[in-house]
Write a protein that binds this ligand. Structure first.
Ligand SMILES: [Fe+2]
Length: 459
């Protein structure tokens, strides 16, 4: 009664009706648990983190791909702490990877599809990836559980009496729904959360159903701090990186080799674009010439194109052009023969004349359409000039004939007793004046142009 009275007296001041229930089993001080991004065959960073900080547990977020037995690779870490893991999509690439993980000493520490109490925290795991052959979230699953898959596929697809090895890292709806009915403090997945551009909202729903406070994922090889996402602290652990439960970096992540290769290719391409000059390389053994950018070797197809271009370059007279023109011509030859090359065919200049350099073929540098128009205009002007020259010649001939006629006429009149008429004398009165030549200077008479469809013009 005394206790009831005390409760009654304290009731107005200590009402906790709307407060959320506290997690009584969650430790007040967070344990030191490390989460390791995709190791992809390299485990030294995990051993180093454990050696330096001695955490309570280590959880590997998939894609281990152990090149040797795991107990040998993680010997130092296993001696100091517990090592847990979830499978990644690459852990079923080979039989060796599968056996070292699923049939090794760490097989019992596989967190896929279950909740485990690790250092006082309930950690739930969902390894593997979504595959469309089985189920993509928010779609109708083709197979609900592994047993359904085995029943429907042929016996040729069965591996070791069960699921094909590849689908042993596939998320089945049955595993996902089984997790949805449980509770946990931390969720570890290989697939990314919905806040990642390649993530899944289904992972967010699982985190919400589990009522977790932290979510760590791997797979994307990106070290990202998302912050709070739907009341869950989401953290992406990068390639071979190690972080603790607070999301603090213990071992910095490395750059994904694929991204590093793509970045290096982009840098090389930028350098190659900036440096227009190409270098010629002669094989000391075979003597074959090859053209390469100064930075690095090119692809095999470019090598073939460069070798072919070098043959033409060697035939090109080196004394005719400047080095820059020579390099440009060489670049055009390489690009023309390379896949996707768009340079127009390059024509070699005419052979050098005696004691004089061959003139540059400027027409070859111009676009074909403008060159055609210019040649057409030139030919028309030439025709007009030729026509005018012919007209002058014809007028001269005509004048000579008329003078010869007048001389002959004067000679006849002299023989007949009339006064001789000099060619330069003015014509006699009544004589018929010759019509002026149409083409003679000052004697042009333009005939009216006839219009189509209107008959002859009126005089
Ligand atoms: Fe990976």
């Amino acid at each position: 009664m005394t206790q009831n009275n005390e409760k009654t007296n304290d009731a107005p001041t200590k009402r906790r009706r709307n407060r959320r229930p506290r997690h009584s089993n969650r430790p007040k001080e967070l344990p030191e648990i490390f989460f390791c991004g995709d190791p992809h065959g390299e485990f030294e960073q995990i051993n180093e983190a454990v050696r330096l900080h001695k955490p309570a547990a280590v959880v590997i977020l998939g894609d281990l791909q152990p090149p040797a037995p795991v107990e040998e690779l993680l010997e130092e870490a296993l001696a100091l702490t517990d090592v847990w893991w979830i499978p990644g999509n690459h852990d079923t690439d080979t039989d060796e990877f599968y056996d070292r993980l699923w049939r090794g000493p760490l097989a019992s520490h596989n967190l896929h599809g279950r909740i485990a109490n690790i250092a006082g925290l309930r950690i739930g795991g969902l390894g593997g990836v979504f595959r469309g052959q089985v189920w993509m979230p928010d779609g109708t699953p083709n197979y609900f559980c592994p047993a359904t898959f085995i029943r429907r596929v042929g016996t040729g697809n069965v591996w070791r009496g069960g699921l094909p090895r590849r689908h042993r890292s596939t998320i089945f709806p049955s595993v996902y729904q089984n997790l949805m009915r449980q509770r946990a403090d931390v969720l570890v997945t290989h697939e990314a959360a919905g806040c990642h551009r390649k993530g899944f909202v289904a992972i967010d729903r699982l985190a919400k159903a589990l009522n977790v406070k932290w979510h760590f994922h791997g797979h994307q090889h990106e070290d990202r701090v998302y912050g709070q996402h739907q009341n869950v602290t989401v953290r992406a652990v990068g390639y071979r990186g190690v972080v603790n439960l607070k999301g603090e970096v213990v071992i910095p992540a490395q750059m994904d080799p694929r991204e590093a290769a793509a970045l290096q290719t982009a840098i090389d391409w930028a350098n190659r674009t900036a440096e227009t000059a190409l270098i010629e390389v002669r094989d000391p053994k075979t003597g074959a010439m090859c053209v390469l950018p100064p930075s690095e070797a090119t692809t095999p197809s470019m090598l073939a194109a460069a070798a072919a271009a070098s043959a033409k370059l060697l035939a090109y007279p080196s004394g005719d052009v400047t080095p820059r023109e020579r390099e440009e011509a060489l670049g055009r030859e390489v690009a023309k023969q390379a896949p996707g090359g768009r340079f127009k065919p390059w024509t070699s200049p005419k052979p050098k004349s005696e004691g004089k350099a061959a003139p540059k073929d400027e027409g070859a540098k111009e676009p074909c359409a403008s060159r055609g128009r210019r040649e057409s205009a030139r030919s028309k002007a030439k025709a007009r000039r030729a026509e005018a020259g012919n007209a002058v010649k014809n007028d001269a001939k005509r004048n000579v004939r008329e003078e010869a006629k007048r001389d002959a006429k004067c000679a006849r009149s002299a023989n007949a007793g009339n006064a001789p008429a000099t060619p330069t004398a003015a014509p006699a009165e009544g004589a018929v004046k010759p019509a002026p030549s149409r083409n003679a200077p000052g004697g042009k008479t333009r005939r009216p142009r006839r219009r189509k469809g209107r008959g002859k013009p009126k005089e």
